[in-house]
Design a protein around this ligand. Structure first.
Ligand code: NAP
Length: 249
């Protein structure tokens, strides 16, 4: 679909990659509805972007957001499921310093599943219902997965969500075909955003050293792939890894 034909929702658009996608889309002439739990972050987006608080873990909020976007944009034919969080930790470990044993908390597991997976399902379900109700001519959904989907030490919760998103990209592309809605996913490697800026510098340097292109990725690198998924009418049901050639250990 041409970008200026899109009436598109971007979740987690208050900062990082979501803010970049919303800005690039608005600059390309798309109508954009941006949502985030952080409403202050949304204020830095271009004036043409419609902005509203959105907590993707709240299904009532998701349904209301899609209805609001439908009214604000005069229709909805696109969705980028970008909102995501990390709560990393080993399932069970012994501290090298103190010998103390600890585990990944159930709260860390549940909170990551709630935002990254259930939140994306709530938004996609509301989008699909709206697509049926309004009988859209065509549409597109982009799921932001991660190369962690292949497995990543210390990220059981995150991996589970990002692998499930890639799998459901296939599921939803098949379910939504009758309504002419394509579904694709982009799986970023390590990208310079507030999510990674908080990382331990030594761990970060080690990870960057293992990236064949020799640098951390930028939101613009990922936008190139998101744009491809949005524009290429023959792309459907697949996930693109965009990681500078890195592989997760
Ligand atoms: P980010 O800088 O942390 O931005 C994520 C945004 O989502 C934040 O504004 C955050 O708000 C918001 N958010 C969190 N919980 C939400 C909820 N319940 N409802 C709505 N919005 C919520 O992250 P990013 O690095 O741009 O990542 C964007 C996506 O790419 C995520 O899905 C992430 O998993 C994925 N990804 C990132 C990387 C990377 O290296 N950065 C790599 C692979 C995949 P708060 O700030 O208030 O929490």
């Amino acid at each position: 679909m041409q970008l200026d034909q899109l009436k598109i929702i971007v979740t987690g658009a208050g900062r990082g990659m979501g803010a970049h996608f919303a800005t690039q889309l608005a600059n390309a002439g798309a109508k954009v509805a941006a949502g985030d739990v952080d409403v202050e972050g949304l204020e830095s987006l271009p004036a043409t972007v419609a902005k509203r608080k959105l907590d993707v873990t709240d299904e009532t909020d998701c349904d209301a957001f899609v209805q609001w976007a439908q009214d604000e944009l005069g229709g909805v034919n696109g969705l980028i499921n970008n909102a995501g969080i990390i709560r990393d930790g080993l399932l069970a470990k012994r501290s090298r310093k103190t010998g103390e044993l600890s585990t990944m908390s159930t709260e860390a597991w549940n909170s990551v599943l709630a935002v990254n997976l259930t939140g994306a399902m709530f938004m996609t379900r509301a989008f699909a219902l709206n697509a049926l109700q309004t009988e859209i001519a065509s549409g597109v959904v982009v799921n932001i997965s991660s190369i962690s989907r292949h497995g990543s030490r210390g990220q059981s919760n995150y991996v589970a969500t990002k692998a499930a998103l890639a799998a459901n990209t296939v599921t939803w592309s098949r379910e939504f075909a009758p309504m002419r809605v394509r579904v694709g996913a982009v799986a970023p490697g390590m990208i310079e955003t507030p999510m990674t800026q908080g990382m331990n510098q030594k761990a970060r340097d080690t990870l960057v050293a293992g990236i064949p292109v020799g640098r951390i990725g930028t939101p613009q690198d990922i936008w190139c792939a998101v744009r491809f998924v949005l524009e290429c009418e023959y792309f459907n049901g697949r996930t693109i890894d965009v990681d500078g050639g890195a592989s997760m250990g």
